[in-house]
Design a protein. Structure first.
Length: 267
């Protein structure tokens, strides 16, 4: 699933392309919205909350979408060839000169703008909130600390605690904190965890590439994430990878037994 910074950048690209313009075409290719036409509405702006995209329209209307594992928003000049098959398009928003196409996007829903909270109100503080405050940081830290026995990696993926962290940042944050993802939350400083998460997402928010090491060269972007063959970027040692989470929520989780302390699955 895309990380919060990927969604943040997608929102900025859509906002630049659509904000302040009138839709000449606004159609959906999903059953629940197939008869809805947004043509004639003005795009007031596009914002993000965690991994949720909110396109705000005139007439007190918001289009909510989520990328999940495979969704993507692309922007093209009107008449340009799409980079993805037409049958994967779920929504088309076109102005006089540009068109935004949502390919394989999920959770498409139109709601009154005043009711956005029922879609995103359950989320914790957004780590890329431009209005970030110490109060939000304290709220996220308190929510993280509320379940001290919970595995840190599992808690980091809980968007109700703080919004925006995906599996890559989960893995890399645990490495930078020096603990395994199975370490109980009680063993780390919640405020430090929140600050680290915000720092990493902010550092990558305005670019398509992501790094946690500070190096954007291929094969050097991450400390342990997806480095099974290369080994730990710090010590060069052999990494372990194991699933974390139950059922369909399980995620492959990399860690370095030498650089990270704490519990881990056997084997």
């Amino acid at each position: 699933m895309p990380e919060g910074d990927t969604v943040f950048l997608a929102g900025k690209v859509l906002d630049k392309a659509l904000a302040g313009k009138t839709l000449l075409r606004g159609e959906f290719r999903v059953p629940q919205l197939a008869t809805t036409d947004l043509a004639g509405r003005d795009v007031l702006g596009v914002g993000t909350v965690g991994k949720h995209l909110l396109t705000r329209l005139s007439g007190d209307l918001t289009l909510h979408s989520h990328l999940r594992m495979d969704g993507k928003w692309d922007v093209y000049r009107v008449g340009a060839r799409w980079r993805h098959p037409a049958h994967q398009a779920r929504v088309i928003l076109a102005t006089e000169d540009l068109q935004a196409i949502g390919f394989r996007v999920h959770d498409l829903e139109l709601v009154p703008t005043a009711e956005e909270d029922r879609l995103v109100g359950h989320l914790g503080p957004d780590l890329l909130d431009p209005q970030w405050t110490d109060e939000l940081a304290e709220r996220a830290a308190a929510a993280l600390a509320a379940d001290p026995d919970r595995e840190l990696g599992d808690a980091l993926l809980d968007q109700r605690i703080m919004a925006g962290i995906g599996n890559m940042y989960k893995v890399e944050m645990c490495f930078l904190l020096g603990v395994t993802p199975w370490t109980p939350v009680s063993e780390v400083d919640p405020a430090k965890v929140v600050a680290l998460g915000r720092k990493l997402l902010k550092s990558n928010a305005w670019r398509t590439s992501q790094t946690t090491t500070g190096d954007l060269r291929r094969g050097r972007e991450h400390w342990v994430y997806e480095r099974t063959k290369q080994g730990c970027f710090r010590c060069g040692g052999r990494l372990r990878v194991a699933p974390q989470g139950a059922g369909h929520q399980a995620r492959p989780t990399w860690f370095c037994p030498k650089c990270q302390s704490g519990p881990a699955p056997s084997g």
